[in-house]
Design a protein around this ligand. Structure first.
Ligand code: UDX
Ligand code: ADP
Length: 470
């Protein structure tokens, strides 16, 4: 085989990153056989569902891509070893959550699944295999992967002398909810590594649909660090604007006006300046904490502290929202019915990882509130799981989940909007006001509703960063 031409790809991990990324690669490169493998049988079965509404993740446009490529050159299977053996390139796209115990607990990423995947590749790969890190990883993970691959004891007997490897870093910058668009028209594709032939092979795949000037080559460590830094910068903007939202509320300024005014400076730019209930998602917090851990490891304590503050401000903002609800409802929510609109960490995804809704809901439950939660895409099971409440316990009525907004707001003392789902900007507030218990409150943490409509409906209103109304 020509070492530069990739004919078959294996992706280990059929999650939010691996699934959509491979679907788009398969769609754009019909000559490459792309097989996504996972240990989770249920997840693989869901990727193979005929009914595309039952795919394991919700992502606009994903169903159309799957429909075109699946069964043609895109496959989902649990046959991991066989797929590794028959692939020229293996992407590692498994989960890397923050460690919960041991050294670096609460900060460092747990890379045990990456390591397990590398061991499997070492054992089953045949011929020359390019291993690509896709998961977000701590800096220098590539060195660990390389060392596992190059240790003869990790190989199969028949493989020991024949298999060779190259390791590349190719971090994913896709954002959930716009993943397909981000993959089809990326701002840039970052490829890190030293082996020129391997770099050319990976670049050739992206060149099928991405302009060459958007492909950036760096060394391995720059590539790994760029991913952490990109997310840290984005998260920092959100913590910055959220800190400003509190100043706005105290001074009579309006954070939306401030965002617009500062974002018009081309050096600052308009994006990622929406104040809200705090950032969520699987990456921001995890990546910053990784950065903090890395800084501490190298004795850069001031730098570690600097980035740590971005996370702390985020946690503070989430608790702040809860305290504001409490204050406005005469200092108590015990026994009151609160409708939570939105549980996903942002709109257009069913993902709830690190969603601000989790912390805010837990705070309110702890205060004795009755929560009625609505989210158009998150399942009831996921909400129960995230709040650590078993379904049986919920018979005590502290938690009610509905797929109907009007059912969720019935007899509510307050409506708290936590996710910017488009449908929440079109609600009939006059009708909702009639269903609520007076004096009803609306807390809009995402600036999605029209304040005039709320006022006309006779409801009290609080909005993030709004020092004028309220
Ligand atoms: C992020 C990065 O954008 C992506 O490049 C990286 O690969 C993975 O992490 P994602 O977590 O999917 O993607 O979502 P993103 O759109 O970045 O939003 C993260 C969080 O910030 C959400 O909770 C969102 O609601 C919040 N956010 C975003 C704000 O509060 N205000 C904003 O202006 C933008
Ligand atoms: P991400 O957002 O990074 O894609 P997910 O948790 O959505 O993270 O997906 C990671 C996937 O990786 C999960 O479906 C999990 O079952 C899978 N996975 C983890 N370890 C392994 C492994 N050793 N082999 C195969 N799949 C794995």
């Amino acid at each position: 085989m020509n070492k530069n031409v990739i004919e078959s790809i294996c992706c280990i991990g059929a999650g939010y990153v691996g699934g959509p990324t491979m679907a788009v690669i398969a769609d754009r490169c019909p000559d490459i056989k792309v097989t996504v493998v996972d240990i989770n049988e249920k997840r693989i079965a869901a990727w193979n569902e005929d009914d595309l509404d039952k795919l394991p993740i919700y992502e606009p446009g994903l169903d159309a891509v799957i429909k075109r490529a699946r069964g043609r050159n895109l496959f989902f299977t649990t046959s991991i070893n066989e797929t590794i053996a028959s692939s020229d390139m293996v992407f590692i796209s498994v989960n890397t959550p923050t460690k919960t115990k041991g050294l670096g607990a609460g900060e460092a990423s747990d890379i045990r699944w990456v390591e397990a995947s590398a061991r499997q590749v070492a054992k089953y790969a045949k011929g020359h295999t390019i291993v690509v890190e896709k998961s977000t990883l701590p800096v220098r993970t590539a060195a660990a992967i390389r060392s596992i691959l190059e240790t003869p004891q990790n190989r199969n007997e028949e493989n020991t002398s024949k298999a060779t490897f190259s390791v590349l870093s190719n971090p994913e910058f896709l954002s959930e909810g716009t993943a397909i668009n981000d993959l089809e028209s990326p701002d840039r594709v970052l490829i890190g590594g030293e082996d020129l032939e391997a770099l050319d092979s990976l670049e050739a795949i992206y060149l099928q649909w991405v302009d060459k000037d958007k492909i950036i080559r760096t060394n391995l460590w720059s590539s790994e660090l760029s991913k952490l830094t990109a997310n840290a910068f984005l998260a920092q903007r959100i913590s910055s604007i959220n800190s400003v939202s509190a100043i706005c509320e105290a001074t009579g300024a309006d954070v939306r006006e401030v965002s617009k005014a500062i974002g018009s400076d081309s050096r600052i730019g308009q994006k990622f300046l929406n104040a809200g209930p705090g950032f969520g998602g699987s990456c921001f917090q995890k990546d910053i904490l990784n950065l903090v851990y890395l800084c501490r490891h190298f004795g850069l304590l001031n730098v570690a502290e600097y980035w740590q503050q971005v996370v702390e401000l985020n946690t503070w903002q989430q608790h702040r929202i809860y305290r504001l609800v409490l204050q406005n409802l005469f200092g108590t929510v015990t026994g009151k019915k609160l409708a939570i609109l939105g549980f996903a960490f942002k709109a257009d995804t069913n993902d709830t990882r690190e969603s601000p809704a989790i912390r805010i809901s837990k705070d309110l439950l702890e205060e004795g509130a009755f929560l009625m939660i609505h989210d158009p895409k998150v399942s009831s099971e996921k909400i129960y799981e995230d709040l650590g409440v078993s379904k049986l316990e919920t018979n005590n009525e502290q938690l009610f989940i509905s797929k109907n907004v009007f059912e969720a707001v019935n007899e509510a003392d307050a409506v708290i909007i936590l996710t910017e789902w488009n449908e929440y900007s079109k609600l009939d507030w006059a009708l909702i006001a009639k269903k609520m218990r007076a004096p009803g409150w609306v807390f809009d943490t995402r600036s999605v509703v029209d304040p005039e409509q709320i006022k006309l409906a006779g409801l009290n209103f609080w909005r993030v960063g709004d020092g004028v109304l309220g």
